[in-house]
Design a binder for this molecule. Structure first.
Ligand code: CUA
Length: 312
């Protein structure tokens, strides 16, 4: 039987590899200490257990030959791991200095806003990144404490309201890496999934350029009706669709929604039926989410979905 190892044991970033080595070091040392302590405890219990004719055992005040290694060995272990941890921290996260961030990610209840400042691109939940480039992620929160963690990429960082935290990251392999919010942040904490899509640099650059374009005009009259609904109902005050009057930042940016594989931070596959279900009763699908339930005719919901499913 082939049991796949969790991704943190085969990281796809040099930062993750350094953290992984340190973690393995701790694991080996902790296992050795546990076996030693349990072994000695059992051995001593067996050797010195009371037998019928024993009186008061002889008392031994002090034992230098035992005390020196009992203090020395733990002290040595703590010193070695302290130095190793400091070295790893300095190598992995040397601080941002005045380096501008490549990506700004903000945790919200319950989705991730992803901003690429160099291209004025805003998206959500699915984070495209180029491989082979050393990237600086700036992490913060719009409400409560969230935590960014994509195990295969190493580095786990709290996202704290009012504070910018930074994470250096170099991705070695292309592919899709799953992550999740790792700090309990309310009712839908479990549906705050991350997808990192690691692409060859040229492919990433093309993607970024395409994302900076404004949204497509609605195709057909029905989708056009959907767009006018979107702009006249309260949708536009919470969501941004670049190139239209919709400029809200309370909810996820929808400019190129149709290009994302999932909806609601991994809650559902991004398709028309799921979009209709969400628009019909958001609280049934993601209870507690800030998306209110609008009482709309079925026809209007279909028109909104027709508009949104073509935002490429
Ligand atoms: Cu965000 Cu848990």
């Amino acid at each position: 039987m082939n049991i796949p190892l969790p991704p943190m044991f085969h990281p796809s970033s040099p930062e993750g590899s350094l953290i992984g080595k340190l973690g393995n070091g701790f694991l080996i040392a902790a296992t050795a200490v546990t076996i030693l302590v349990i072994g000695l405890t059992i051995g001593i219990i067996r050797k010195y257990r009371q037998s019928k004719n024993d009186g008061e055992p002889s008392q031994t005040p002090g034992n230098r030959r035992l005390e020196i290694p009992m203090i020395g060995v733990p002290l040595l272990l703590v010193t070695v791991f302290f130095a190793w941890s400091m070295r790893t921290m300095n190598a992995v996260q040397p601080g941002a200095g005045d380096h501008p961030p490549d990506v700004i990610i903000t945790g919200h209840q319950w989705y991730w806003e992803v901003v690429y400042p160099s291209a004025s691109v805003i998206t959500a939940n699915e984070v495209h990144l180029p491989v082979g480039r050393r990237l600086l992620l700036q992490l913060n929160s719009g409400d409560v404490i969230h935590d960014w963690w994509v195990p295969a990429l190493g580095g786990k960082m709290d996202m704290i309201p009012g504070t910018d935290n930074h994470l250096w990251l170099t991705i070695r392999d292309t592919g899709v890496f799953d992550g999740a919010c790792s700090e309990f942040c309310g009712q839908q904490h479990a549906w705050m999934r991350i997808k990192v899509i690691a692409q060859p640099p040229e492919q990433f650059d093309r993607w970024l350029a395409s994302q900076s374009a404004p949204a497509q005009a609605p195709a057909g009259r029905f989708a056009g009706f959907g767009q006018s609904l979107f702009l006249s109902a309260s949708c536009a005050s919470c969501h941004r669709i670049k190139g239209t009057g919709a400029n809200g930042r309370a909810g996820p940016d929808l400019t190129h929604l149709a290009e994302r594989g999932t909806l609601l931070a991994g809650r559902m596959v991004n398709d028309s039926a799921n979009l209709v279900a969400w628009l019909t009763d958001p609280q049934k699908i993601k209870p507690g989410a800030r998306m209110p339930r609008f009482i709309l005719a079925r026809d209007s919901i279909d028109a909104l979905a027709a508009y949104l499913t073509h935002l490429q």
